[in-house]
Design a protein around this ligand. Sequence first.
Ligand code: PA5
Length: 476
Amino acid sequence: MSESEVKLYYKNVSADVIGDEHGITKLEFEDLGDRTSLLIPQINKQRKAGKTPYRDLPYRPQIADQVREVVAEVKDGCEILVVLGIGGSALGNIAVQTALNPYMYNIDETQRTGPRMFVFDNVDPAQFASFLNWVGGKLDKTIFNVISKSGRTAETASQLMIIRQLLLEKLGPDGFHNQVVATTDARAGTLRNIATDAKLRSLEIPDGVGGRFTVLSAVGLFSAAMCGVDIDSLLAGAAAMDEKVSREDFAKNPAAINAAINHHYYNNGKRNSVIMPYSYALKDMADWYRQLWAESLGKRVDLNGRDVWVGPTPIKALGTTDQHSQVQLYREGPNDKLFTFLQVKDFGSDLAVGPAPDCADELGFLAGKNMSVLLDSEKKATEYALLQDERPCLTVLFDKVNAHTVGQFIYLFEVTTSFVGALFNINPYDQPAVELGKEATFALMGKSGSYTSDCTYEQFAEEIRARTDIDEDCLV
Ligand code: PA5
């Protein structure tokens, strides 16, 4: 049986479809091909030299084995799985869960193949308190998977400190040890120290893989495996896409084509990149993509140290929901966006619309039609409407949404990001601009000692307050 596939459809960015002003002409496409082709061997070489270790995650069976080992130890008797993490330590887990488990997974136990799952990637006290009130009586049936490369991230660290106290109070000294699985750096860092000290079960975040590229490591695989996702198929899907995105022939390499088109439009005034799944299951993939794109591609300096201030703005939308919210702007607002639809051929289940009531003959045309046909028609209708206004549209076509195709999609967009980074001549694997906000939070939360060689955290906090405390004179 042949596996389901994910493919990129790019006809609707061509000048033949949307005209010369906004479309890509044959000559331009050839030129994009020539320039991007030069990067393919370069990117393949970097990968072989071990410079992009995320590329090898589908081929490291020991990671999945370690995950399975911990799952086997904790799954029995676990009714609730809580992931504590943020950014790259949370978004992939959410996206995989939404994609591969039924909508009612947490509510309906007949639709569940593992524990209920919750991900906390925020420090909203009302949200967390409400959850802790609910989970308080079930702590011995709850596993907390704390994910943090450093362990110093204020959000995750504070969540961990709250649940540690709760577990110690409610379950005694063994509570923390038994109910927590730490996913962190293999050797160093605050969370590794905590895990060693409390003899926590632990999993490793691979060296050299930044948070937003870790979903195919223990970071994403543990919660997936706990909740019944076929992680071997997820990894096999990624490996299948690896073959395609390594192809040296530009015309056959979907990541190279996707990147070249995105880069072309960024340079031609379309600095916003809308991703719009027409599948509820894929809605959180748009969130995962948003972080991948933004943190990887938003950069001040290029690899030569020149100020470039580049980066397309990723925008998430959901079909059909956002047709009734965003499409007015998408059609009649500025033509400054590239649209990427996610379309699914086979939803696995379907529903026929019932007959129209006698008093509503005008709805008769919908009667008996499948909901999947309506969703598909809405995607085509929206795409058509955008094309009428010369808006470029790509489609990522899924045969089905399953672990194999989700693995393909993740890998396709990760490697696309590497290609766009190379086209911008920037480093897509760091996130230096995130640091200032993290350090400022530490200062405001009372950290002491030296922030820099000539500034303490206390002085830094004063400087922040001077600029951000509410000035009553400007409050109306
Ligand atoms: O992609 C990234 O590197 C970030 O989003 C991190 O994942 C995020 O900041 C959390 O960091 P940590 O895993 O150290 O807690």
